[in-house]
Design a protein around this ligand. Structure first.
Ligand code: GLA
Length: 724
């Protein structure tokens, strides 16, 4: 619910349990008054502190500069007196910077518009507030947009910049969100990582200065995540305050928390300004991506559940949105590039017998690709490996009762390819300098529509050539040498964002033209696991690291924000190909339940004992898939914190069913049974666990006793059913 009180000049946006409050000071400046637990009152103007004196010892009346430098600006602009982190920076044709955006009007309406060309939340029972700020002198208008869904505790923000002047300007910075609050003993939570070690939960005190997390790699990246949260020091899974921001975007981002001289904190999030410069012609506009804000006064658990609900109901789309995903087997770790139709059919035959539902043929089926040195861009079948083409293989896989899917890497070009011979200028590059190769490949300049269209047409032909029901869309290197052979010098700064818009456009075409296709995004594992990608693909490959123990922390970090139904998780072979660790097959199966379940191994080569376990693992996946897809997530224990075990729980929305997923990493001798205190159950309801009855209250407050599992790397699923 959104209201505007004309008398107090206060905007108030209420979600189920939060309020977000802004006010207009002096009829001009839009200030941020409050974000937190839901408030009844709208008499909140005092929070803007406009009556406080202006911090200049010699003068007591208000001067503009000191006012701008201390006012809690809702959408901060720099260059005229606010020296803190700014959200917008414009360079005019005279080469000057500096803005003064003042309130010019607003409207409140039902529903939520689309963000042109960008991923964004969608859905009914939504209200939107648009506030227009204007700088008449600079000829710039900023339309701030805020939306709230009736069924969700999150708040969505974005901004559109319009050039109302008569000359072009250069937009050098346009961030999507800002949040101001008083500084307390806060901690910062971020999700740094690396390849094969994505989204590691990291907390650190924020005492002074600034904290920055960012990507300038052209993708949201393995190294950082477009997310930032400020936590009260006492914050746990179940208590304490959280102010979180998450970016619905897959390219360069900047998230920053800045402590100011006046004891306040400013948090900002948006497209990274480094190497970004968008030429805005007279009359033109620029739409910045959406940011999601979540406040929780019940710790990180409530924050996670809010993000999960929002993304499940209002971000993920398509025919698989609420549907069970097929159990797949992917041949990457089974064969790498060394496969042919016979090998794949042998895998499919064995897989089908055990109940696996889809074969995914990974990298190496096209051009003359025998390793990662060549052929990206040549999206035609390698008939030496696959005689008769994809149709023969797909038909045979279908005959075995399985679906068939393929791997694609549409954004790339190998210098050793037909495509490169024909169009060397299609790769991103600086004229006269040899570009930096990564994995022997270059990035296509998708900002050129003719390049994106040609690639789209070639992959679309592939998808029409056979019955292909799944695509893994990969992206295996960061963007460097960001120069386009087609763009004028004053538009080269638009490239990385234009690149992202082109990827979004291609994926939108793909899911429109092939509405039943299951699309899974991937970027060398989880290098582009972000809400932007989730708008196009209901699942994303979480990490190339498939080791059951490494996965505990990668998945915990991912689950912090993403519903489990979006997390690609597979059982792979041992010793694990990345870390060399050996873990029991059963543990690998239970770890992979925390996502879209599948196998990443040569099923014809694993031991008979392991093969026999596959049908049971699939049955467990089928049993828990609806609960995992729709239920509420509770993190009970973190291996990252306790160095011994990992434990999370899923509870159905009606609280009648729950399951606890437990992995004991290390066995500890000389201990009594382990007490697991459950969460999220109905206090009064009776539940049965292993034939014994408890009330929900007993399980949550007194706990459930479990005998220690014998040995390291052991796992179990504990089934909890309500009884009446
Ligand atoms: C990336 C993916 C892997 C696999 C390879 C193929 O690394 O993350 O799963 O598809 O590419 O080259």
């Amino acid at each position: 619910m959104i209201t505007y009180n004309q008398e107090t000049q206060i905007f108030k946006l209420d979600t189920k349990t939060t309020s977000y409050v802004m006010g207009i000071a002096d009829g001009k400046y839009l200030g941020h008054a409050y974000y937190g637990k839901k408030l009844d009152s709208t008499d909140l103007f005092y929070l803007l502190r406009t009556e406080e004196h202006p911090f200049v010892p010699s003068r007591l009346e208000r001067e503009k500069l000191s006012f701008l430098d201390s006012f809690p600006m809702e959408y901060p602009f720099g260059g005229t007196g606010d020296f803190r982190e700014s959200c917008i920076e414009i360079r005019n044709m005279q080469g000057q910077h500096g803005l003064e955006l003042v309130y010019a009007g607003h409207r409140i309406y039902e529903g939520k518009g689309k963000l042109e060309g960008l991923p964004a939340t969608w859905g009914d029972h939504c209200e939107t507030l648009e506030i227009t700020l204007e700088d008449a002198c600079a000829g710039i208008r900023a339309v701030l947009s805020y939306s709230v869904f009736a069924d969700c505790d999150a708040l969505m923000r974005s901004v559109k910049i319009e050039n109302t002047g008569s000359e072009p300007v250069y937009l050098e910075r346009v961030l999507s969100a800002c949040l101001e609050m008083d500084q307390e003993p806060f901690e910062i939570l971020s999700l740094p990582g690396s390849w094969a070690r994505e989204r590691q939960i990291h907390r650190q005190p924020l005492v002074t200065g600034s904290f920055v997390t960012e990507s300038v790699r052209g993708e949201s990246s393995h190294q950082d995540h477009p997310f930032l949260a400020v936590l009260s020091e006492d914050c746990t899974q179940t208590r304490g305050e959280v102010y979180a921001m998450h970016f619905v975007y897959s390219g360069n981002f900047l998230a920053k928390a800045q402590c100011t001289q006046y004891g306040t904190l400013r948090m900002v999030l948006g497209i990274h300004p480094d190497r970004f410069c968008w030429k805005l012609d007279a009359g033109g506009s620029f739409q910045a991506p959406e940011a999601v804000l979540v406040y929780s006064d019940e710790g990180l658990g409530k924050m996670s559940r809010t993000f999960h609900d929002l993304y499940r109901s209002h971000l993920i789309r398509g025919s698989y949105k609420d549907k069970e995903r097929p159990v797949l087997i992917n041949n990457w770790e089974a064969t790498y590039f060394d496969f042919n139709t016979d090998k794949l059919i042998a895998i499919a035959r064995e897989a089908a017998k055990l109940g696996i539902e889809m074969l995914v043929m990974d990298d190496g089926w096209f051009g003359c690709r025998e390793n990662d040195d060549s052929s990206l861009g040549d999206w035609t079948v390698n008939e030496q490996k696959l005689p008769g083409g994809l149709k023969v293989l797909a038909d045979e896989v279908n005959r075995l009762g399985m679906k068939f899917g393929i791997w694609l890497e549409p954004e790339m070009i190998s210098p050793d390819s037909r495509l490169y011979q024909e169009h060397p200028d299609w790769a991103l590059q600086f004229q006269g300098r040899a570009p930096s190769l990564a994995r022997q490949q270059l990035v296509l300049d998708l900002s050129r529509p003719e390049v994106a269209d040609a690639i789209y047409d070639s992959i679309s032909r592939v998808l029409q050539s056979a019955h292909i029901e799944y695509v893994k869309w990969d992206m295996n290197r960061a963007l460097a040498d960001i120069g386009s052979m087609a763009f004028p010098p004053d538009r080269q700064g638009e490239l990385t964002h234009r690149y992202m818009l082109a990827v979004y456009r291609m994926q939108e075409r793909l899911i429109t033209d092939f509405p039943d296709l299951l699309l899974e995004n991937c970027s060398s594992g989880g290098g582009r696991f972000d809400p932007g990608m989730l708008y196009y693909s209901p699942q994303i490959w979480c990490s190339d690291d498939t080791d059951a123990i490494e996965r505990l922390q990668i998945q915990e970090g991912t689950q912090l924000l993403y519903p489990l139904s979006a997390i690609g998780a597979h059982v792979s072979d041992c010793p694990n190909h990345i870390v060399g660790r050996v873990t029991p097959f059963q543990t690998r199966g239970i770890t992979a339940l925390a996502g879209t379940f599948g196998y990443e191994l040569d099923i014809t080569k694993i031991s008979e004992e392991e093969r026999k376990m596959v049908p049971g693992q699939i049955a467990a996946y089928k049993k828990y898939a609806p609960l995992i897809r729709e239920g509420d997530y509770y993190r009970i224990a973190s291996y990252r914190e306790n160095h011994l075990y990992d434990c999370y729980e899923i509870v159905s929305k009606d609280k009648r069913q729950a399951a606890v997923f437990f992995v004991q990493v290390l066995y500890e001798p000389g201990r009594r049974s382990r007490n697991i205190r459950l969460q999220g159950l109905d206090e009064q309801m009776f539940y049965e666990v292993d034939g014994r009855r408890y009330t929900g209250g007993t399980l949550m407050h007194a706990g459930l006793l479990r005998n220690r599992l014998r040995g390291d790397f052991q796992a179990e699923v504990i089934d909890i059913q309500a009884v009446f």
